[in-house]
Write a protein that binds this ligand. Structure first.
Ligand code: GDP
Length: 845
C-alpha cells in the first residue's frame, strides 16, 4: 500500500493528505470479513472500476477470502490490500483514497494482524453489539495502541438486537451504551498499564537501564483520547454489515436537522446522551420530568430503524413499508421491493437510506489520520534510530551544508549511509515527500507467496506487502532508482529485525528425517519461514526439522502450505506438536551450588531464589533485555569494586558478569535445557586468587575468565537442582460462549483437560453464558473439535496464550511408596507426577 503511488501504475498519484491507510480489527466472528466485503460492494477502485456488486456481497461472495482453505473455514488468513476511491465532500475537491488492508481474525495469526496494523495509520474496530467485548477485542486494541494506530469503533450486528434479542429501542440504547463503555474501559486499562510501566522503570536501578539500552517510550496522555469512543465525537458507527448499512450521529443530525429546525452541530452534541426533545417548545432538555419523553437517540434514530425492520422483516406489511420509504424520501428500485426474499428488500432500503460504504469510508476520511498527518509521529515507533536523528533544519544549517558539519565532526556512517543522507530520508518521511528525486523508503510488512502473479512476475514469487513512506516506486528496470518486485521480495528482505519481533507462544513440530529427501524439504521450510514472519524453522543436531508456530490452527496452515506450495509432492511425516516448557524453582527454594575452576584457584557459591512477582511484573513490562541485568546487577557490582581486588581479577569478574547476564538467566535450565523463568542468582561467596597466586600460576590472559564462567554455570545449575526445581507449562486463557443447555457438556470437556475455571457469566440481555478458564496448551489439541462435537456446535472457544504456570510437583520424583511403584509399573506416571513425565518426554526426545 502506498500513500504516494500505485505500484502497478506510476502515473496515478494522490497527495498524502488525501490518503488513509486503514485496517479492520476485530474478535473472530464479529464481522470483519463481512464488513470488508460490504464496504467493497458499491465502491470503486482507484481506476473507477466497481469491485463487487451489492448483490454479490449479499450472496456472501467473499472478496478478501481468496484462499481456498479460508473459504472452507471462514477464516481470513492472508492479509490483502485494496485501494478504494472516496468522493470529495465538496464539489471540485480532490477524491480521497482509502487503502483497506485486510487482516485475519483468528488469534493464531497474530503476526499477520500486526503486519496489517503496521502498514495502517487507522483502524476500524469491529465489535459485535450482542457479544460486546471479547478476549481478542482486548488483544487487537492493545495492538492498535502498540502500533500507534488510531481506531474508530464499529458497533456491528445491530440487527441482532432487533431480530434476535427483540429488544425495544430503549433497551437497545442502554445495551449499546454499555458496550461502548466496555470498550472504553479497555482503553483506560491500556493507558494505566503504560503509565505504570513508566513508574516502575523510574524505580529500576540505573545500571539495569544502561544494560538494556532501551529507549523507554513515554506514555503519551494525548493518546488516551484516541482510544475513547463517543458517538458525539464521530468515532463510533452503528452498523449491520450483513444488511449493508451503517450510520454515525452526523448522518442523523443531517437527516433530521431541517425537520426539527435545529442546527446539525447541536444535534451532533445531543443525539446520543441523556437529552430529550420537548415537542411543544421545540427545545432540547436535559430532564424528562414526567418520564414521558424518550431519549433523542431512541426517538429519532432507533424507533425509525425498528419500524423498517418490523415492516419488512418481522411482520411484513407492504403498505406500511412503502409509507416509511416515502417518509424517508428514498428511491428504492421496484424490482428489489417485489423480491420474494425480505432480506433483499431490506438491503435495498437500508442501502439507499444509510449505505454502509459511504458512511464507513467518509468516517475513515474524517476521523482517521492521513498518511501526511501520521507519518512523522509513527516514525519514532517504526524506526527509532532514524527518528532520533535531528531533521536537517534542527542543525541550524541549510540542508546542503549538513554534509560539511558531518565531515568536520567525524560522525561515523551508519549502515553505509551518511548522516546527512539519513537526515534527508527522515525529512522525506516526515513530510511524505513523494517527489521523484526524494529518497525512497519502503517498509515491507509481510511477504505473500504468489503463484504466477500476472503482470508482476511470470514465475512464483514473493510479493512484499509494503508501504512507501517516501519517494516514488516504479516498476521496470530502465531507471537505476526503480525497484523490481522480485528484488524486494526475494533478495532484499527489507525487514529490520526489531520490526518483526513477535511475542507469544511457539508450538513445535518435529518431522522425521529419513522419510523425506531433506534438500527439498529444507528449501520448502525456508520459503515458509520467509513467507510468514511468525514462523521459525530449525534443524536439530539429530537431523529432525522443527517448525515453530503460534498455535494449532497456524501449525495446520503451515503444514498445508508446505505440502501444497513450498515443497509440493513431498510426503512429510509430522510428529505430534511439542509444547515448550520453562524451568524455575519453587517459591520456597533455598538451593545452593558450589563450584571451583579447574585450576582450583577460584571458587564460588551461588544461591538461587524465586524472583518476587512484583519484580517479575516490572521485568515483563520491559521485555527480556532487562531480566538478565536485574538478576545479577547488585552483587556483581559490589564484588568487582571491593577494595583489594586485583586489576586482572576485577576484569575477569566483570567479564564473567557480562557473560552470565547474557547467557545464564535466559538460557537453558538443568532439568531439560528449557528457558528459566523468574529465577534470581545471588553470588554468596567468591574466592578469587590474590595477585601473588595469580602470578605464581602464570595465568594466560583470559584463562581465569573462561574457567570462572564454566564454574559459575555449574554452580548455578547445581543450585537449581539442589533447590526445589519446577517445570512450567504454557497455559491458554480460554473464553467460550455457550447456551445454558450446553453448559454441562462444555464443563465436561473442560474438566477432562485439566482446565481451571475462572468465571462464568451471563451476558447481559442475552441467553448466552461466557465461561473463562485456564487451559494447559498440552491439553488443547483437538479441544475445539471436541467441544463442537459434544455441544452440537453450541459452544465456541477462543484461546489466547496467557502465561507459563508452574506444576506443583517436584520433577526430582523418587518412588517412596508401594502405590507409587505400582502406578509407575502400570504406566500411570502422569497422575502421580506430571512434572516428571513432562521432563522425561523432553529428555527422551
Ligand atoms: P470475521 O471472523 O470477523 O471475519 O467475521 P465474519 O465476517 O466471517 O462474520 C461472522 C459471522 O457473523 C458470519 O456468519 C456473518 O454472516 C455474521 N455477521 C457478520 N456481520 C453481521 C451483521 O451485521 N449481522 C448479523 N446478524 N450477522 C453478521
Amino acid at each position: 500500500t502506498s500513500h504516494a503511488t500505485d505500484i502497478s501504475d506510476p502515473e496515478t498519484s494522490t497527495s498524502a493528505a488525501h490518503t488513509r491507510n486503514i485496517c479492520i480489527i476485530a474478535h473472530v466472528d464479529h464481522g470483519k470479513t463481512t464488513l470488508a466485503d460490504n464496504l467493497l460492494a458499491g465502491s470503486s477502485d482507484i481506476h473507477g472500476k466497481s469491485i463487487l456488486s451489492q448483490r454479490q456481497a449479499g450472496l456472501g461472495l467473499r472478496y478478501m477470502d481468496s484462499r481456498e482453505d479460508e473459504q472452507d473455514r471462514g477464516i481470513t488468513m492472508k492479509a490483502s490490500c485494496i485501494a478504494l476511491s472516496v468522493e470529495p465532500a465538496a464539489p471540485g475537491g480532490m477524491p480521497s483514497i482509502v487503502n483497506l488492508i485486510d487482516s485475519p481474525g483468528h488469534v493464531d495469526f497474530c503476526g499477520e494482524v500486526s503486519a496489517a496494523a503496521r502498514l495502517s495509520d487507522g483502524a476500524l474496530l469491529v465489535v459485535d453489539a450482542v457479544e460486546g467485548v471479547c478476549v481478542q477485542t482486548h488483544a487487537v486494541l492493545q495492538q492498535a495502541w502498540d502500533e500507534h494506530v488510531v481506531p474508530v469503533l464499529v458497533l456491528n450486528k445491530i440487527d441482532r438486537l432487533i431480530v434476535e434479542l427483540k429488544l425495544s429501542p430503549l433497551e437497545a440504547w442502554h445495551h449499546m451504551k454499555n458496550v461502548v463503555q466496555q470498550v472504553n474501559a479497555i482503553a483506560g486499562h491500556l493507558y494505566a498499564r503504560a503509565a505504570a510501566g513508566e513508574r516502575d522503570a523510574d524505580n529500576l536501578v540505573a545500571e539495569a537501564r544502561a544494560t538494556a539500552g532501551e529507549a523507554y517510550g513515554v506514555a503519551d496522555e494525548t493518546r488516551v483520547g484516541e482510544l475513547q469512543f463517543a458517538p458525539e465525537k464521530g468515532n463510533v458507527l452503528f452498523a449491520s454489515a450483513m444488511h449493508g448499512w451503517a450510520f454515525g450521529l452526523d448522518d442523523f443530525a443531517r437527516l433530521i436537522s431541517a425537520k426539527l429546525g435545529m442546527r446539525e452541530a447541536v444535534l451532533q452534541e445531543t443525539l446520543w446522551g441523556e437529552f430529550f426533545f420537548e415537542p411543544k417548545q421545540k427545545k432540547i432538555a436535559r430532564t424528562n420530568p414526567d418520564g414521558k419523553l424518550k431519549p433523542m437517540f431512541v426517538q429519532f434514530v432507533l424507533q425509525t430503524l425498528w419500524q423498517v425492520y418490523e415492516a419488512v422483516l418481522i411482520e411484513p406489511d407492504a403498505p406500511k413499508r412503502d409509507k416509511i420509504i416515502a417518509t424517508l424520501g428514498l428511491q428504492v428500485p421496484p424490482r428489489d421491493l417485489k423480491h420474494s426474499d425480505p432480506l433483499v428488500q431490506l438491503r435495498a432500503i437500508m442501502g439507499q437510506w444509510l449505505p454502509l460504504g459511504r458512511t464507513v469510508l467518509r468516517t475513515a476520511v474524517l476521523q482517521l489520520p492521513s498518511a501526511a498527518a501520521s507519518q512523522a509521529a509513527r516514525l519514532a515507533h517504526l524506526c527509532p534510530p532514524l527518528a532520533a536523528l535531528a531533521p536537517p533544519e534542527a542543525t541550524g544549517a541549510p540542508a546542503g551544508a549538513v554534509a560539511a558539519v558531518e565531515a568536520t565532526d567525524g560522525e561515523p556512517n551508519r549502515g553505509g549511509c551518511s548522516v546527512a543522507s539519513l537526515q534527508r530520508l527522515r525529512h522525506a518521511i516526515d513530510t511524505c515527500d513523494a517527489a521523484a528525486d526524494a529518497p525512497v523508503h519502503v517498509h515491507v510488512a509481510k511477504m505473500v507467496f504468489a503463484r504466477g502473479v500476472s503482470g508482476v512476475h511470470p514465475d512464483d514469487a514473493f510479493v512484499g506487502l509494503a508501504r512507501v513512506f517516501s519517494g516514488k516506486l516504479a516498476t521496470g528496470s530502465g531507471d537505476a532508482r526503480s525497484l523490481q518486485m522480485r528484488r524486494i521480495g526475494i533478495d532484499n528482505a527489507v525487514m529490520p529485525p526489531e520490526l518483526v519481533q513477535i511475542d507469544g507462544l511457539r508450538l513445535y513440530t518435529l518431522m522425521g528425517r529419513e522419510l523425506v529427501p531433506t534438500t527439498l524439504l529444507v528449501a520448502g521450510l525456508q520459503l515458509l519461514a520467509r513467507a510468514d514472519p511468525s514462523v521459525d524453522v530449525a534443524t536439530l543436531p539429530t537431523g529432525e526439522h522443527v517448525i515453530a508456530t503460534c498455535g494449532e490452527v497456524h501449525l495446520e496452515r503451515c503444514l498445508h502450505d508446505l505440502n501444497n506450495t513450498f515443497a509440493p509432492g513431498l510426503e512429510v511425516v509430522v510428529s505430534p506438536p511439542i509444547v515448550p516448557l520453562h524451568e524455575s524453582v519453587a517459591i520456597t527454594s533455598a538451593g545452593r551450588g558450589e563450584a571451583a575452576t579447574t585450576n582450583k584457584l577460584a571458587s564460588l557459591i551461588v544461591r538461587v531464589l524465586r524472583l518476587p512477582a512484583k519484580v517479575r511484573a516490572c521485568v515483563d513490562e520491559h521485555k527480556a533485555a532487562l531480566r538478565t541485568a536485574l538478576l545479577t546487577a547488585g552483587s556483581w557490582l559490589s564484588l568487582a569494586s571491593a577494595p583489594g581486588t586485583d586489576g586482572d581479577v576485577r576484569e575477569a569478574l566483570l567479564a564473567l558478569r557480562k557473560q552470565l547476564e547474557g547467557e545464564l538467566a535466559a538460557s537453558s535450565g538443568p532439568l531439560c535445557e528449557e528457558p528459566m523463568d523468574d529465577v534470581a542468582f545471588v553470588l554468596d561467596e567468591l574466592r578469587a586468587p590474590t595477585a601473588a597466586e595469580a602470578a605464581a600460576a602464570e595465568l594466560q590472559s583470559g584463562e581465569l575468565e573462561g574457567q570462572l564462567i564454566v564454574a559459575a554455570k555449574d554452580a548455578c545449575r547445581a543450585a537449581v537442582l539442589a533447590g526445589s526445581p519446577r517445570v512450567l507449562e504454557p497455559v491458554y486463557l480460554c473464553e467460550l460462549q455457550t447456551s445454558q443447555d450446553s453448559m454441562g457438556k462444555a464443563y465436561g470437556v473442560l474438566s477432562k483437560r485439566r482446565a481451571a475455571i475462572l468465571s462464568e457469566e451471563l451476558k447481559e440481555g442475552t441467553p448466552i453464558f461466557t465461561i473463562r478458564a485456564h487451559l494447559p496448551v498440552a491439553e488443547s489439541f483437538g479441544f475445539a473439535t471436541d467441544l463442537r462435537k459434544s455441544t452440537s456446535g453450541a459452544a465456541h472457544p477462543q484461546l489466547v496464550f496467557s502465561h507459563f504456570e508452574a506444576l506443583h510437583q517436584d520433577p526430582n520424583f523418587v518412588v517412596t511408596s508401594e502405590e507409587d511403584q505400582e502406578a509407575l509399573d502400570d504406566g500411570d506416571l502422569p497422575t502421580i507426577n506430571l512434572a516428571r513425565k513432562l521432563v522425561d518426554d523432553v529428555r527422551r526426545r
